[in-house]
Design a protein around this ligand. Sequence first.
Ligand SMILES: [Zn+2]
Ligand SMILES: [Zn+2]
Length: 422
Amino acid sequence: MQIKAPRGTYDILPDEAVKWQWMEQVLRETAERFGYREIRTPMFEHTELFHRGVGESTDIVTKEMYTFLDKSQRSLTLRPEGTASCARALIEHSLYNGTLPIKWYYIGPMFRYDRPQTGRYRQFHQFGIEAFGSRSPYLDAEVLFLLVEILKGLGLPAYELHLNSVGCSQCREEYRRKLIEHITPVKDRLCADCQVRYLQNPLRVLDCKEKSCHQAIADHPTLIDSLCDDCRDHYTLVQKALRDNGIEFVHDDNLVRGLDYYTNTAFEIHIPGIGAQSAVGGGGRYDGLVESCGGPSLPGIGFALGLERLLLALDKYKGVPPAEKQVNVFVAVMQDHLEDRAAALLYRLRQQGIAADKDYNQRSSRAQMKLADKLGAKYVILLGEDEVKGGFVTVRDMKTKEQRKVDQEGLIPFLQERLDNC
Ligand SMILES: [Zn+2]
Ligand SMILES: [Zn+2]
């Protein structure tokens, strides 16, 4: 039986990998320009971390986690997202005692045992940032500037930024009461999930994926009308900072994050036209997260972007800049017994920083030229009897088809000078 990649996973072959490399470079450079540094956390954690740091009642934790027992009967889970691990690392290394805010970015695979469908995988990739240790609304604004700057850097200027404030635990409590009052008379029209959860967590009805739930609760009271003075001021300042800097957004009353540790700013970023699920990422403030992961009370804010979705948008709108050629120089061997000399020359070129390659399958000289062309070589070095006897090589310019003799000594500078100029 042929062994295939597990369901919900896929290979990124080299032609596709160059797109990822380019995208990752834009992400890293932009985050670093904003003062964020990379953190790499383990791909699996104690299951308990995600129960606390993602939330017991979320779909991720109840339905989608890759959880297993190791040989010591410990329950471990492949990370379904990046934020909980960052909070855990921050607590474990007591970094909250150092200089704040702490600004991190991460990039890598995440795992969810979801039903695979177009653009959704069981191993997928996220880029995310987290900033811990400040409540300033200007930090919220910075995070949003960074998000927008990333899309610009990728050449995806047509985005929609949805923004809301989910308030603090005080103002949200009042809102929950109002919302339950509004929902109770129409509860029979809700989907099965919402009928169960609306009393405990009415905000989840607002972000339910079922249209019928939205219709049932039309004209519901809005969070923004229930914000306390502090939360209202915070939201006003974030919006003003965005306007002052020419960043368009839409206030979205239905954008809520149902978990208790989310506070104030919540956002989602959409790229229209990439299918039913146009959101490429989202995030918000989570002033209660570090505490619920077992640390001190420390505010934080962050977002995550789905890289498969970003790539979908890139393929649709802009494409990725064409990949660099694989090699600059190709060493063509004219006679089999010169293989050792060719190998030595090739190694010398590579040691000098020149990307170079050769044939390893005794191709004819014609076929070697074809291969050189396919690899994108700008110069081919021909190595035959005459060359070895005369102490030179013949260098062929693949564009002009010109050939010239270059002595062994002068070869490296000759190539370096020309490669630098093209
Ligand atoms: Zn409040
Ligand atoms: Zn529902």
